[in-house]
Design a protein around this ligand. Structure first.
Ligand code: SF4
Ligand code: SF4
Length: 371
């Protein structure tokens, strides 16, 4: 039987490099070693997480102390109910989820918004936000308070029973649409988001285009979101946007305004996928090693408050998934009188924050710096 020399190389912070394991058989290389390698790399990263460098330490190395400025955006997670179950979903959303914002909670959020001075954007997210029965009234009331409204739309929701007039509703209420389309190829989209999702997404984009969405000068904004299909960082936003525009126009006659590229966060369903495919350790290490200090000033948590479906408050959607409360202290919408209370406040961080500062950075509005 042939034997191969085997070496384990830990990453920059995992310390040990070139640890020789002796000679292993082909069988071991194919199975046991790959498991061992991933486990040991992950263990190295855990050690790092527990006792070595933290996100705070990293910021300190560059002289940063992360604080909020004035709030601009309130991001409302109206629930986990969704008509899809994508593999990268950090919310773990799906058709059977029952966590959904009640009308009473929605009323209180709108009341706080009316008491707040600097917020000019209300960003609805989910699940599929449109499936919450209070969604349409929240949109209309946000507008009446002088805020722009953004909806994070999965596109296929336009074809859910009872949502036949959704596109017109968007248009009549000047809702900005940020729609997920992780590729312009059927195969890649269906692999990540489910069979048949690509064709429905294309139909939905055509429908939105026919109402004026995505056309320059129409005032109806349609942005798309790309996220990588596997454990790598997104490519440069401008380059990929050009490619998307060319392909979507050439193949389907579709137009849109901007493409946002987002890094996949190792949380929830995406973390489980990384674990299952043995890539978790390497991916987390990749995010840490790709730290870019130029992204820190633009981190979305500096100007955003995230409201959970149950009224709890967070520094961002990702902290919400980890249940890390806003500024590190538990607060709900019933504990405050205005979102202004968080202006200039502290921000709670964790190891997942390296996902926002890797490479060109990542936020709900794409890269943080231009390539
Ligand atoms: S990624 Fe979006 S569309 Fe997909 S399951 Fe999660 S919330 Fe639904
Ligand atoms: S994960 Fe949230 S708190 Fe951490 S850097 Fe990103 S936006 Fe800020």
């Amino acid at each position: 039987m042939q034997a191969y020399p085997a070496t384990i190389i830990y990453g920059e912070y995992g310390k040990v490099v070139n640890k020789h394991l002796g000679h292993l058989s082909e069988e071991d290389l194919g199975g046991k070693l790959s498991k061992l390698l991933n486990k040991r790399q992950y263990k190295g990263l855990n050690t790092l997480q527990e006792s070595k460098i933290t996100f705070e330490d990293k910021l300190s190395q560059y002289g940063f102390h992360l604080r909020r400025t004035a709030l601009k955006t309130i991001q409302i997670s109206v629930g986990k109910l969704c008509n899809q179950t994508c593999i990268h979903c950090h919310v773990n959303a799906g058709p059977k989820k029952t966590e959904i914002m009640t009308a009473e909670t929605a009323d209180r959020v709108l009341k706080l918004l009316s008491n707040s001075s600097s917020i000019d954007l209300v960003d609805f997210t989910g699940g599929a936000p449109e499936l919450n029965p209070a969604f349409r009234s929240m949109v209309a009331r946000s507008h009446s308070l002088g805020c722009s409204v953004m909806d994070r739309c999965n596109l296929t929701v336009l074809f859910v029973n009872g949502q036949e007039d959704l596109a017109e509703f968007f248009k009549n209420n000047s809702v900005e649409i940020v729609a997920s389309l992780p590729c312009y190829s059927r195969e890649n989209v269906d692999k990540q988001r489910g069979k048949g999702v690509f064709d429905k997404s294309i139909d939905a984009l055509r429908r939105l285009n026919s109402l004026g969405y995505g056309h320059e000068g129409s005032g109806l904004r349609l942005d798309l979101v790309y996220n990588p299909g596997d454990a790598f960082l997104p490519p440069p936003q401008e380059t990929l946007e050009k490619q998307y525009k060319k392909e979507l126009w050439g193949q389907f006659g579709i137009v849109f305004n901007r493409l946002y590229v987002m890094t996949n966060m190792p949380i929830s369903r995406w973390e489980e996928y990384l674990e299952r495919t043995g890539q978790e350790g390497q991916y987390k290490e990749l995010l840490i090693n790709a730290f870019n200090s130029q992204t820190v000033g633009g981190l979305m948590c500096r100007t955003l408050v995230s409201v959970g479906w149950d009224g709890r408050l967070y520094d961002c959607d990702f902290n919400q998934m980890f249940e890390i409360p806003i500024g590190g202290r538990h607060k709900t919408i019933w504990d405050i009188e205005s979102f202004d209370e968080f202006n200039d406040g502290i921000i709670a961080t964790g190891m997942h924050c390296f996902g926002c500062t890797a490479g060109a950075g990542s936020s709900c509005e794409g890269s943080l710096i231009n390539s």
